[in-house]
Design a protein around this ligand. Sequence first.
Ligand code: ADP
Ligand code: ZN
Ligand code: ZN
Length: 800
Amino acid sequence: MAVVLPVYETFSYSVPAHLSDQARPGMRVLVPFGRRIVTGYLIGPDRQTDLREIKQILDVLDDSPLFPETLIPFFQWIAGYYMHPLGQTINTALPAGLNMADIAVLTLDETNASSSHSPVEKSILAALAKGPATIKQLQKKIGQPVPWALIHRMRQRKWLQLDRHIQGGRIRPKTIRMVTLEESENPSRRLSRQRLAVCDILKAEGDLSVPELKRYIPTAATLVREMQKVGQVAVYEKSIIRDPFGDPIEPDIPPRLTEEQTAAVRQMAPLLGRGFKTVLLAGVTGSGKTEVYLRLTRAALNKKMQVLVLVPEIGLISQTERRFRARFGDTVAVLHSGLSRGERYDQWMRIVNKEASIAIGARSCIFAPFADAGLIIVDEEHDASYKQESGLRYNARDLAVVRGRHHKALVILGSATPSVQSWHNVTIGKYDLATLSRRINRQPLPEIQTVDLSLSRDERGIQRYITPQLQKEIRSTLDDGNQALIFINRRGFSAFPICAHCGQALRCKNCDISLTLHKKANAFRCHYCGFTKAATSACPSCGSEDIRLLGMGTEKVQEAMVQLFPDARVARMDRDTMNRKGSIVRLLKDLRHRRIDILVGTQMVAKGHDFPGITLVGVVCADLTLNFPDFRSGERTFQLLAQVAGRAGRGEHPGRVVLQTFNPDHFTIGAAKEQDFRKFFDQEIGFRKALGYPPFSRMVAVRISGKDPRKTAEAAKRIGALGRQMLNGAGPGGGRVKLMGPIEAPLARIANRHRWQLLISSSDIGELHRMVHDLIQGPDAAAAGRGIRVSVDVDPFFLM
Ligand code: ADP
Ligand code: ZN
Ligand code: ZN
């Protein structure tokens, strides 16, 4: 039994006789815990406990398991590896909205009238005779608690019914009205010219929906109604699949594979059902990786396997999800944050009830409740959105490999810019490699031209960042009737508001990072905590009102584009413009239908999109991410630049990229220019090795945060000192553990909390875990103190 509390042990409880045929692993129960009553998850029998000591389960909360028993070892592995309490781990894995207490409605079952009721049962039935009720309403009515176990029993005896009513609605199959010709069409009856036309179209095209018919004959709706009355046509409902935004998804026809795709499928398909194996699918941007996933999925379904597909969280809509649903229709369940609670619950239960064989979604989809899975696909495996940065800090890409091992499945990690970690695993033979080296139709990869920004350092205004070279390329793209994508890795209008009098940058009072001007709101804003300051503010240090804006953000670039290219239609895509569900779809549609000439955007535009009309990508300043104090900043910059460059030239016209940078000679920029991740890797891996960074070690970040700066620093130092003491006293294995810090985190303050971090690394994962465990949870662990939060981040991704 795992309780949903921040405790690391699991506990044993006995199951009283009256609950014994209800309680099964994967269900929630109520148990006494200390002086409290708490919820826990049943994780299986435990025979080694002393039965005299043991307390009893009070109630069983579910009538069927919420996840299959086979997932329990996986959850246990996660809890152990990420040093997170098991109950809370399971809680993270399950979708919100599973709480049956909110959703169960009880009604009297009229069909059965037994006489042997206990007094409580009698009063429940009497109350329900007056109408349906939730369990809370019922308790109020009869004035005493109603245990779930009793409800389940009464339900089994068919005295009452239980229905789930979920708020937020479900994904109902949507239907459209299809028109079909009646077979018994009377040939002798003379048809009007228009009715004849309807018949001819239906004969030629097959059944059509009314809107489709309208495209031929504007008055089709009225015509169909009349013809239906006299039996010339019939109308029936056909269910269609829609994307989360209500657009129908047309079933698609698989294209003929290219030679490379065929080879990749032939290499991987035979691995299905042959035990655990991980393959890295390295395919350049636009090489058709998705089609390979689709074929392998088909092969897995043919073998009656279940398939898990992870895609990065891309501002609510994913083309990969669309393609899977177009190909596989109703066997697909989707799990992502764009769904309402009710929808997510529905999708989850479709998997539990074996109605879906494919689950596709963002990182939390790794927990999809398949009892077994034969194929696990991670698209864009390098993507940062697979890392959860709060609570259970897991990496879904890594968990895909772990889950694959549990299910003896084939795991495919796909990317055009594989992570250093995954490519390293290929070089040491841990992963197989499959490659797609050419774009579909052999379009060339875009040609990349670097422009040295330091040469225009002294230019004024726009010219400083939108160089003549970039302007020239945009101009000729527009003249050719094509589209340009201008990428800048920063939102807002300007990066640094600076006091022209004393030189101080305007910083967030909570986070110590530069504020950004948001012109529409006419305010400076902090991107970490949301702190806002009026744009008319004076300098907090010297009181001067002469605040200048340095640097660039999406908003300023957009404004520059409008000024420089007054004839062009310019749009912007970043988290500020794309916060509503509909807005991103509208923008993507406008882009596809060429109602936008220039799109300015943040990394949101770098991910996965496939727009044939884009022939130019401009990178305004490639350096913004390169100099973060984080050992992965080079890797991230390379991936971002190569990915954004990959958006260009996916149609018939070849693409061009203008990459502006202050560091044209940096190897990261050079490798990005050639879109050659091996070249990047070969340089980068040397640094990683020399400094003992991952993948040559494992790392754990211990983060210490608190409101009081002095107490936080003291707690951090105390934990650091304890760690050093442990290392000094450690046996032979301890020598391989390294401790860095504690230091104040690069982002020293977020949302008013002061942040310190301690990095602990080792090439020996067992030693590392023991060390961190003893430090945080062991008997000698230093008490952190009031108001101090200590969190553990295993395999940290952002060291900020
Ligand atoms: P990647 O994910 O590797 O960047 P995509 O899977 O997005 O590439 O494929 C790029 C484009 O090529 C898509 O529009 C896709 O529909 C198309 N495509 C993929 N495979 C084929 C094929 N065998 N024949 C024709 N078009 C294909
Ligand atoms: Zn000043
Ligand atoms: Zn802030």
